[in-house]
Ligand binder design. Sequence first.
Ligand SMILES: Nc1ncnc2c1ncn2[C@@H]1O[C@H](COP(=O)(O)OP(=O)(O)O)[C@@H](O)[C@H]1O
Ligand SMILES: [Mg+2]
Length: 308
Amino acid sequence: MDRKEKIGVLCGGLSAERDVSLRSGKAVYNALKERGYNVVLIDAGHDLCEALRKEAVQRVFIALHGGAGENGSVQGMLEVMGIPYTGSGVLASAAAMDKDMSKKIFMHHNISVPPFAVVSRSDHASVKDMVSGFSSIAPFGLPCVVKPAEEGSSIGVSIVKNVSELQGALEEGFRHGSTLIIEKYIKGKEIQIGISAGKALGGVEVRPSAEFYSYEAKYTAGATQYILPPEVDEESYSRLRAAALAAHNALGCKGATRVDLMLDEDGREYVLEVNTIPGMTETSLLPKIAALSGMNFGDLVEEIISLA
Ligand SMILES: Nc1ncnc2c1ncn2[C@@H]1O[C@H](COP(=O)(O)OP(=O)(O)O)[C@@H](O)[C@H]1O
Ligand SMILES: [Mg+2]
């Protein structure tokens, strides 16, 4: 691509993940600047459209996490404005953000997902009714994971081992959305696979010291051990990579994504979700995974922008 083309790096925004996004944006901006691109950093508020026009932006690197920047809304606005942007389009972004929708698409493509149920606040008179009807709602039983269908960063996610914890977990989930996913708890390893330009680059094994990869485990330094490449046998590793790539393709994702998976104790893999705008600080997981395949941070950023 032409280095004179004006690139706008979108970061910040209005979601709960604003702070991480500011760091991703700054890192991407620096990498592009260093490689001689004509680049401007833009905090994506309600005036995003005006800011893009004012800066005469010709191509966009989206470094927004969560909310409008990841769910297809910003992507739709850029389509209307006729500005090419990095990563997945409107439909893939929206489908990936919605765990109920994405699971249906995965199942259609024979990609294995943990057994799950979907509950909406409006389907039941009360949370107490959901608890009393739990065995018919979620026949796979306990332990299970309760999570909002449209959140990220483990916000509102609980592991339920005991029936007495169920009501609290459902109430916590509903504080973050009106639809929840109840999923069978998969005991085993948690693996994330990085994808860019249609290839699985490799993966990382995530070992939180907490019970699961919670918000604190994600954003507190030292709270989680990251093992690159994951400590799994070759065959499992190649199955995990294939499942991640299949999930990325099933949703119609483009550019770079990071896919969350579980590998159970019998060596079966399950896709949890596809993250369409993975963290892009120099110490984020996707850049670390890319490094395994010999790509440094600048190479990855350049690959992503070139695919916009
Ligand atoms: N079915 C499951 N079995 C075991 N752990 C799970 C399961 N689902 C989620 N988790 C744990 O919860 C975390 C967050 O779940 P995830 O589906 O990735 O949602 P988010 O969008 O919040 O990252 C995962 O990283 C994992 O640690
Ligand atoms: Mg996740």
